[in-house]
Ligand binder design. Structure first.
Ligand SMILES: NC(=O)c1ccc[n+]([C@@H]2O[C@H](COP(=O)([O-])OP(=O)(O)OC[C@H]3O[C@@H](n4cnc5c(N)ncnc54)[C@H](OP(=O)(O)O)[C@@H]3O)[C@@H](O)[C@H]2O)c1
Ligand SMILES: [Zn+2]
Length: 360
């Protein structure tokens, strides 16, 4: 599988599943509270993508009110976009336009002064587009529509997280843009990660595929940490799964000896195992990169075991040592996934440590 960014698709819909009405003006679906939330989600993304038609009909700026400006990305069959559109003229971040190979020359002539035009294959290959974004350092991509783009991303099964905001109104027009066309879409029930009321709209946050599995398994690791005996150091839980998401081993700090770390004990229980070559280790805390208790760090144990994927919730605060487990794993070419939304639970398990409840 090619490397791609984490993809978060975001849309606001009417009760009859429409993104807009047929009038020339943009239909306001979100609430003030939700606009503030969207602004934060944008600020947390490395790039924002919208379809060429949304640029033509809504002329959005796609800026954040505060914080770093994400790169702006669009895709088009022909590059038929106005270089004076706000997408191109506002903000200092880069602008990328992905078009099929035969359209590159014309699109570059038109948009070259305001954007980077990128060849995305013939026909446009979404996986190639995403791999190119990853190569440009985009780790997190927010997809803001419109309907054809959401349909494309879901059909290609490259959405990790879906933010659907439901507004309390009907559009009721046959020709108004729908949230989605027809599938095939990812099969089965999505994982409902959150329901939040924001003024008079409701946010439904779903996780799909690997993102849902990661969230579930990491939560198990976080809950395992509750079994740790009272300790003067971190209370941590770890779960190791194989490539098919079957649990191979679990561990928690202090499980057999006060010096045990969670990842170390989970690996020790398993011993050398060919399934580790396709495994993921979930740890509530970033694996340690320096420790006083024993000579070998958990990061070293993970590297030696050959585990290619590490998922954790809480980046180790520098309470005892300078933590750089994630950096070392990345430098060794391992995939590292941080799920900070579970970090508050880990901090709560470690509230016995000085200063923990105050750290971000
Ligand atoms: N409520 C919301 O959250 C929300 C968010 C965004 C937009 N909207 C609304 O959605 C409507 C626009 O939606 P839409 O579905 O018409 O348009 P869209 O998804 O914004 O853009 C579609 C365009 O993207 C390009 N494209 C899509 N798939 C492609 C592919 N496989 N290869 C190459 N290019 C591709 C094409 O551009 P070319 O035509 O240049 O070839 C296509 O016409 C607007 O009314 C807007 O207000 C609502
Ligand atoms: Zn450790």
């Amino acid at each position: 599988m090619r490397k791609r960014p984490y993809v978060l698709a975001s849309a606001a819909i009417s009760l009859d599943g429409r993104l807009d009405d047929t009038s020339g003006d943009r239909l306001l679906l979100s609430s003030e509270e939700d606009f503030a939330r969207v602004d934060q989600v944008r600020a947390g993304a490395d790039a924002i993508l919208v379809g060429a038609n949304t640029i033509r009909t809504d002329n959005p700026r796609l800026l954040t009110r505060s914080g770093p400006q994400p790169v702006k990305v669009t895709l088009s069959t022909g590059g038929g976009l106005d270089p004076a559109a706000r997408f191109f003229t506002t903000g200092t971040a880069g602008k990328l336009v992905y078009v099929p190979t035969p359209a590159v020359a014309e699109a570059t002539a038109r948009l070259g002064p305001v954007a980077t035009v990128v060849d995305a294959g013939d026909p446009l290959d979404l996986h190639r587009l995403l791999a190119d974004l990853a190569d440009r350092g985009i780790g997190r991509l927010m997809v803001e529509g419109g309907g054809s783009v959401h349909t494309l991303f879901l059909r290609e099964n490259v959405v990790d997280e879906l933010h659907l905001v439901v507004a309390p109104l009907f559009v009721g027009e046959e020709d108004s843009p729908r949230f989605l066309g027809t599938g095939p879409f990812p099969r089965g029930r999505l994982m409902l990660a959150e329901v939040r009321q924001l003024g008079d709209v409701v946010l439904l946050r779903y996780l799909l595929g690997q993102a849902a599995r990661d969230h579930r398994r990491l939560r198990e690791a976080v809950e395992l940490a509750e079994r740790c005996p009272p300790s003067a150091t971190f209370r941590v839980g770890a779960v190791i799964t194989d490539a098919e998401d079957r649990v191979l081993s679990t561990g928690y700090s202090g499980e057999t000896d006060p010096k045990d770390h969670a990842e170390e004990i989970a690996l020790a229980k398993l011993g050398p195992d060919p399934r580790l070559a396709g495994a993921t280790i979930y740890s509530s805390l970033e694996p340690c990169s320096a420790r006083a208790s024993r000579p070998v760090t958990c990061t070293r144990h993970i590297l030696d075991a050959g585990i290619p994927r590490v998922v954790f919730a809480w980046r180790e605060p520098n309470l005892f040592v300078d933590a750089e487990g994630a950096e070392q794993l990345l430098a060794a070419g391992r995939e590292v996934v941080e799920i900070p939304e579970l970090a508050p639970l880990v901090r709560a398990t470690n509230r016995h440590l000085p200063g923990v409840m105050g750290t971000g």
